[in-house]
Design a protein around this ligand. Structure first.
Ligand code: NDP
Length: 278
């Protein structure tokens, strides 16, 4: 029987996850079906339970349900616990396992697709919301020389750094960022609103990479980086890589992500844009 998977969100119509998982299944010959399910804002757990009753084997979870998925899981992986949120659920007779593949997805995109070696790099992380929280652990594991979290609300960045129990993580507001960085990751929601956080232009070291977790089109942050002569990448690779990690969790098979990233990139980056993804 064909195994069933789904992504739960609200809204969900825009999600590329069904396309991505269908491509992975074709490529690896897995007999599975993956659909998008719009869960009511007050009915996430009920929707998931109905899906399990209908034979669902696993699910991805997106905005705004990642914390609810964390609460729903009966077992949590170490990386889900560290992220405080769940984006991947696996269903078995004895319970629901919650995992988080967002951080692994970012790291895979940075290291495998964009050829960055993060060890010894100076990393600036913009934002202190759910996306930032999900990637801090894996970024620290990569042993950068420094990690600084800059956020509009400084207290939120401080609380985030404290929750990781690391006093070597820097914290500041956008107007107090000092020095230059080899990697600047935009994990704020500013790009969603077409806005640019008020960043000093001097933050990019020679050879730096600007990475915007948002995907789909060039963002004010990537335009800003380009104006400073800096290479950039959007979050499409992270999206596909976190999906590949979830696929591996469920099926035990690693799909080849590159053709999937390439097929989703429509239209190609504008002429003249120094695309870091090769
Ligand atoms: P949250 O709502 O949890 O956090 C939002 C963050 O953005 C906060 O730090 C907030 O600051 C900051 N922020 C919001 N608006 C502005 C603004 N106008 N200027 C400066 N800072 C702002 O969102 P998420 O963390 O869930 O998502 C952040 C981004 O990451 C989104 O663009 C999302 O699409 C993307 N994302 C991409 C993924 C991928 O696979 N590529 C996966 C997950 C997320 P404050 O604390 O002061 O409110």
């Amino acid at each position: 029987m064909t195994d069933r998977y789904a992504v739960f969100g609200h809204p969900i119509a825009h999600s590329k996850s069904p396309l991505i998982h269908a491509a992975f299944a074709r490529q690896t010959g897995q007999d599975m079906r993956y659909e998008a399910i719009l869960a009511p804002l007050d009915g996430f757990a009920g929707s998931v339970r109905a899906f399990i009753d209908a034979g669902g084997r696993g699910a991805n979870v997106t905005v705004p349900f990642k914390e609810e998925a964390y609460a729903l899981a009966t077992t949590l992986t170490a990386r889900a616990r560290r992220a405080g949120a769940v984006n991947t659920l696996s269903f078995a007779a004895d319970g629901i396992t919650g995992d988080n593949t967002d951080g692994a997805g970012l790291l895979a995109d940075l290291t495998r697709n964009l050829h960055r070696s993060l060890a010894g790099e100076r990393i600036l992380l913009l934002g202190a919301g759910g996306a930032a929280r999900g990637v801090i652990g894996p970024l620290l594991d990569a042993q950068p020389a420094t990690l600084v979290i800059a956020n509009r609300t400084v207290a939120r960045a401080r609380a985030l750094a404290d929750s990781f129990g690391r006093d070597d993580v820097g914290v500041c507001g956008f107007d107090a960022i000092e020095g230059e960085f080899d990697l600047v990751v935009n994990a704020t929601a500013a790009s969603l609103a077409g806005e640019l956080p008020p960043l000093p232009p001097s933050i990019f070291a020679p050879g730096a990479l600007a990475y915007d977790m948002m995907y789909g089109h060039t963002t004010p942050f990537l335009e800003f980086a380009r104006a400073q002569g800096c290479a950039g990448a959007d979050g499409l690779g992270m999206l596909v890589e976190q999906a590949a990690e979830a696929f591996f969790v469920w099926r035990g098979v690693r799909p080849d992500t590159r053709p999937v990233i390439a097929s989703l990139r429509e239209p190609p980056p504008a002429a003249g844009w120094q695309e870091a993804r090769t």
